[in-house]
Design a protein around this ligand. Structure first.
Ligand SMILES: Nc1nc2c(c(=O)[nH]1)N[C@H]1C(S)=C(S)[C@@H](COP(=O)(O)OP(=O)(O)OC[C@H]3O[C@@H](n4cnc5c(=O)[nH]c(N)nc54)[C@H](O)[C@@H]3O)O[C@H]1N2
Ligand SMILES: Nc1nc2c(c(=O)[nH]1)N[C@H]1C(S)=C(S)[C@@H](COP(=O)(O)OP(=O)(O)OC[C@H]3O[C@@H](n4cnc5c(=O)[nH]c(N)nc54)[C@H](O)[C@@H]3O)O[C@H]1N2
Ligand code: SF4
Ligand SMILES: [Mo]
Length: 699
């Protein structure tokens, strides 16, 4: 020991090891990863995937591996602001929280008194998937206010309705079981881009001889790495599903025992499928008739075979029914019986938390309305802001979403958002296109900075996250902001005083066997808890012996609802439209972003500035790679840079999305072209049923 009395230490040892804190990725992604954050002197220094989590398995996607760039970006919003320029111009001035909350309360009270409380519209989606910050205190606030209710249809409602109509439940095959499959079909599912934690299970399966097939109009990374790619016409999946049934039933390859025991309506399905012979299916889908036959045979005879259908399939006019029909296939071949069989679209409905008690819809009865409020479909925002009446929308409160960039029929949306008499509040982390339209702009925390509880839509683990990093500046979480707003509005109900932990306990207070017994203490200790979907150590086989959530408990084919009609906006759709706008535009997810969330990052901006074209469409238009092109239809136009290669099939163009409008030359993105026509089921958005024309820009 030296004379000072302090223990002698070597300088390299003095340096403290970073503290490792746990978090959960809140982005709208099926994987809901468990994260480890290195914290050095109060600052996050490194993010990685939790190696102990059975789905995360120690790695992150490219975008979240770089999330600390976003966390500490100089562009983070740190203080409340009010608009001082025109709507959309992006000129703001700092104000205090007191002024911000006071202004909002005064305006909401007067709008409610003058026009009725339904003149107030919340607008939110899944900027965070956290249950408290995504749909907790906000729901209580808007119910108590008597505001219009938002139907959250922008992403998955068509497929959700299709799945529920066939299976009765919105869940399916566990991701872990994919490693036991022998045939994996990625149906409108860009697994490597959008669901990358499923990939290692597929790699395991392929090591054991499994094949991976993709069904997609775009041959993206997933398609390129698969054993076979089926390049389908956009929006024609229902016809393909019926064509597969034609072969399977016609050649007696179905599982007659499973069909007899656990399904209903087989005879009618057989009759309908008979109308879809391979020649007709080739004409409707663009997939070679021989391929239709071989796919059907392989699917029915390979054990086990699993379908990963994703939401790409259902962003079209026939998308809900397409998912419905695809979801009939495992019942037809009896693959629900097998570990590594079945189908996965979403696992979300297995999280039977007590959402009713969290959201408290009964508060509407003590609101000025004293009844349930009207419902506004978020996929029709443009119409809601420009034509809705009795009452017209006079205030919009936006959080967890960027409607100016992500909603269809963008010109109409922007027209609505620029109305001088519309009072707009935006809760944001960054100065998005939507934030530019705010009257009052409130700075919010990121998921690394607040407490929340997370379900998943791609696995069966429930997770808790505590703040891993300090909230910068004057940022507050959505939960805190709606708690303060309730106070300013004078709402004295006890529920507005609930803490985050109170709300988590409320959610966990569920009698459903999948959730019963899971406590906040257990979540705190274990961070991630598998739902009780099957006894420990055993696979979850939800429909191995029927048990469908339909009225009869059987998988009801309902053939009368499954006949196919090409979408109006498609190559086989309305002739008038096709002659003017002959190309089908898909704006699928870009690989390294999350809808518009990373739109201000240079890598996302690059990925979302391009338009992929097939040579057969580019050449007659004189377009080569690197050219600036204008893409247009009757709704509007936008400018992108052409990339001519073999990724898209002829007649299809693809614009990886979603770009920030203000970073594009004309201040608009591809949603200026997409329509607000709704899907056949679930009132969803039809982003991928969109006819356009493309021309080279003049110099
Ligand atoms: N990297 C990244 N990951 C994401 C997101 C992101 O923006 N970027 N977004 C997240 C969100 S919000 C969601 S909902 C999920 C979505 O996950 P996915 O559903 O996988 O995403 P999409 O890109 O919409 O569509 C998937 C594929 O469907 C194809 N497709 C388009 N139209 C059709 C069709 O008519 N038929 C068929 N068979 N295929 C079609 C597209 O070309 C695309 O390759 O991903 C999440 N993960
Ligand atoms: N053309 C085209 N359009 C599409 C799609 C497409 O494929 N093509 N996909 C559609 C789909 S599937 C979806 S899901 C939607 C997604 O659309 P949105 O739900 O709007 O999702 P993002 O664009 O990711 O924007 C989320 C915003 O929430 C903010 N945010 C994150 N965490 C918090 C928080 O805790 N509090 C608050 N207040 N804000 C937060 C982020 O900063 C971000 O700006 O887009 C749809 N639009
Ligand atoms: S975006 Fe998805 S893959 Fe990436 S870290 Fe989050 S949950 Fe995981
Ligand atoms: Mo989505």
């Amino acid at each position: 020991m030296p004379a000072s009395g302090k223990p002698e230490t070597h300088p390299t040892i003095i340096k403290e090891m970073p503290e490792v804190r746990h978090s959960v990725c809140a982005l709208d992604c099926p994987d809901t990863c468990s994260l480890l954050v290195n914290v050095d002197g109060g600052k996050g220094s490194h993010l990685r995937g939790d190696p102990t989590h059975p789905i995360t398995r120690g790695f992150l996607c490219g975008k979240v591996a770089r999330y600390l760039e976003r966390e500490y970006s100089p562009e983070r919003l740190l203080y409340p602001q009010k608009r001082i320029g025109s709507k959309g111009a992006g000129k703001f001035e700092r104000i205090s929280w007191d002024e911000a909350l006071g202004t909002i309360a005064v305006r909401l009270k007067s709008i409610s008194a003058d026009h009725g409380s339904e003149a107030i519209l919340p607008y939110s989606y899944a900027g965070t998937m956290g249950l408290l910050n995504g749909g907790g205190m906000d729901r209580r606030f808007f119910h108590r206010l008597g505001a219009s209710r938002l139907d959250r249809t922008i992403c998955s409602s068509a497929g959700g309705a299709g799945l529920a109509a066939m299976l009765g439940f919105k869940y399916g095959t566990e991701p872990e079981q994919f490693r036991h499959s022998k045939l994996i079909i990625a149906w409108g599912a860009n697994i490597l881009g959008n669901n990358v934690h499923l990939w290692p299970f597929i790699v395991d399966a392929r090591r054991n001889g499994a094949r991976l097939y993709t069904i997609d109009p775009v041959r993206n990374r997933t398609g390129r790495l698969s054993d076979k790619h089926f390049s389908i016409f956009p929006g024609s999946d229902l016809a393909l599903a019926l064509g597969l049934m034609h072969v399977i039933i016609g050649e007696n390859l179905h599982d007659a025992d499973y069909v007899a025991s656990y399904t209903e309506g087989f005879d009618a399905l057989k009759e309908l499928a008979a109308k879809y012979p391979p020649e007709r299916v080739e004409a409707l889908t663009g997939i070679d008739r021989a391929d239709v036959v071989s796919l059907a045979r392989e699917y029915a005879t390979t054990r086990p075979a699993v379908i990963r259908v994703n939401y790409g399939t259902q962003r079209s006019e026939r998308g809900g029914t397409a998912v419905r029909a695809i979801a009939a296939l495992p019942a037809l071949i009896g693959s629900w019986r097998e570990i590594g069989g079945g189908l996965q679209l979403s696992t979300s409905q297995s999280f039977r938390l007590n959402k009713e008690a969290l959201e408290m819809p009964e508060l509407q009865y003590v609101s000025p309305l004293r009844r349930e409020a009207r419902i506004v479909n978020m996929s029709e925002l443009g119409k809601a802001l420009t034509t809705l009446d009795h009452p017209a929308v006079k205030a919009m409160i936006v959080y967890n979403s960027n409607p100016a960039a992500i909603a269809p029929n963008q010109n109409l949306v922007l027209k609505g958002m620029r109305r001088e008499d519309l009072f707009t509040v935006v809760l944001e982390q960054f100065q998005t296109d939507t934030a530019d339209h705010a009257d009052i702009l409130l700075p919010v925390t990121t998921f690394l900075e607040h407490t929340d509880l997370y379900l998943a839509y791609g696995h069966y683990y429930l997770q808790l996250a505590r703040p891993a990093l300090p909230a910068p500046g004057e940022t507050k979480s959505n939960v805190e902001i709606f708690r303060f707003l309730a106070e300013r509005m004078g709402f004295e109900d006890q529920c507005f005083l609930d803490s985050e932990d109170d709300m988590i306990r409320t959610l966990l207070n569920s009698e459903h066997p999948f959730v019963k017994g899971i406590t906040i203490e257990q979540l705190e200790r274990e961070r991630s808890v598998r739902l009780n979907v099957s006894p420990e150590g055993q696979p979850f086989l939800p429909f191995a012996q029927g048990g469908f959530g339909t009225a009869s408990g059987k998988c009801n084919f309902h053939a009368e609802a499954l006949d196919y009609q090409p979408p109006t906006e498609s190559r086989l759709g309305a002739a008038e439209l096709r002659s003017k706008f002959p190309l089908e535009m898909i704006s699928a997810k870009s690989h390294d972003s999350m809808n518009s969330t990373f739109g201000n990052q240079s890598w996302t901006h690059r990925q979302t500035s391009v338009l992929l074209l097939n040579r057969a469409d580019a050449e007659p238009r004189g377009i080569t790679s690197g050219d600036r092109v204008r893409m247009f239809n009757a709704r509007g136009s936008c400018t992108l840079v052409a990339e001519v290669d073999g990724e898209v099939r002829s007649g299809v163009v693809c614009a990886p999305s979603v770009r920030w409008n203000k970073l594009s030359p004309d201040g608009l993105n591809v949603n200026v072209l997409t329509s607000d026509r709704l899907t056949d089921l679930g009132g969803g958005a039809t982003f991928y049923s969109c006819l356009v024309e493309v021309e080279k820009c003049g110099d």
